[in-house]
Design a protein around this ligand. Structure first.
Ligand SMILES: [Mg+2]
Length: 117
């Protein structure tokens, strides 16, 4: 039987923005398009989720649910760089990695790579 791990990092883009900007920490934040331009939310921080904001929601609706929501434009280059930093962690456990997105991958851990031996 094969053993597969599905890694899906929660609130990845929003967490990167909060990590990189102290002013965003602990606040409702949405990464995505502006509410004035038919934008959509790509990622919502945990604080924003408490207002019912989630990814794929229109930014306009998100702003209605949380008027003090902070909107941040996506910085895909940064997300890509951080995603690349996470990859070696996966490689410690398996050589069979199927990336799905910057924040998501399948790891085939059927065979024990012998971490910690
Ligand atoms: Mg995710």
């Amino acid at each position: 039987m094969r053993k597969i791990i599905h890694v899906d990092m929660d609130a990845f883009y929003a967490s990167v923005e909060q990590r990189d900007n102290v002013a965003y920490q602990g606040k409702p934040l949405a990464v995505g398009g502006s509410p004035n331009t038919r934008g959509v939310v790509c990622a919502a921080s945990y604080e924003a989720r408490r207002f019912g904001i989630h990814s794929a929601m229109s930014s306009k609706v998100a702003l209605q649910r949380c008027p003090h929501l902070i909107f941040v434009s996506p910085r895909f280059e940064s997300y890509r760089a951080i995603s690349a930093q996470i990859r070696p962690i996966f490689e410690r456990h398996t050589d069979i990695i199927e990336p799905i997105a910057l924040d998501e991958a399948y790891l085939d851990v059927s065979e024990n790579k012998g971490v910690g031996k």
